[in-house]
Write a protein that binds this ligand. Sequence first.
Ligand SMILES: [Zn+2]
Length: 408
Amino acid sequence: MKLICQIFIINRLHSNLNIRCNGKYLKSTLALGQDPIVKNEYFLIHFSSVNKTGTKYRVKNIKQVFVKYLSEGKATLRFEEPPHDLCIKGETIQLKCFMRLLKSCVSGDTKERHLPNLSNISVTAKESVPTKLIINDRSEFPSKGLPRTLETLHIVGLKLCNFRREILLLKHLVVLDLSNNEIETIPAEFGRMPSLCELHLANNKLGVNEKIDWRWLFGPQLIKMLKLLDLSGNNLKYLPKCIWKLQKLITLKLDDNMLNQLPATLGRINSLRYLTISKNMLSSLPCSLLQCHLEYIDLSSNNFHHNNITSQLQRNLYKYYVGSLVHLSSEIVLRNKFFYASNLIPWTLVQFLDDANMCVCGAPVVNNKFYVNNKFELKDLFRVVVFDNNRNSTVDFKCYYCYKCCRR
Ligand SMILES: [Zn+2]
């Protein structure tokens, strides 16, 4: 039996000698067969792109088998001799079958099963599993469903109205491009995609419904992985406040929507470097962006010429504003990064803390009523600024201030 998988070999001798191995999973084939001469003698052969002749391991030299994460498609075989640990990643069902067969070889219970002779096994590391699929026409959908091994999937310009739920089964998917379709909603389970780093949803219809269910974007796995999010051309009128939870996000594209403001929490995404918001209706930016180390920002074709007037009354109110006890204590929780969760405090309070804004100095501010519009020159702040021609790039920032240092 052959298993097409990814394998990372740890030489325990090296780790005992403190030699660092540069850990990398390689596309591999693992073959299980029996010795043509000696009965009940089984072998594993490991082929990879860098080892085309293959390394032979005796099954009886297996010292330990780790299968705790078998349901996630991972297992480790520890050999006594050579002192290697084979860390295997593969398609769960295939890996389970393989491990079951291996178990029967170890226990000697292989009467029912036919194993090829070792000499008959021919394997090339080039045998590859499909990892990329581009679908440009509805007729190109594979009849057996999408291969579970896919890492890149493009389904572009098919006028799909519904999100295809079979995508949820692609546990290895890293890049998903569903641009130029007519998708209105995405199921909440999408937030559990474990490997997804790039999500292209440009030119769909996510914003057509008045109330958007954003749960799909804030699933426990997705928020830890997503690096690129393209929501251009979706008729979006607002963004969710908890967008800051995407703590790995580097690129955010929001061009060609109907946004008239950005969530004040946006700048809490420390990793954000590329932000494009051309062709919207923005007249100011949240002051939290002052804390972002953006390398590129595109703000062309917005409403920044609009004069945001902060009335004297507002300035005065702001001056004499004293936060409630909840406000003051919340800011202490946030500033000290105390852990909070809905099993410890009421969920309304969790939401209140989650929605916190940011002071111009970067400190958390929970007040979202009192702010002052102040002008900043974009070119002083960010490395590359794309802005309308013939207009100086001075823009209003909606500024919130913390009590500690910044109130004037
Ligand atoms: Zn401050």
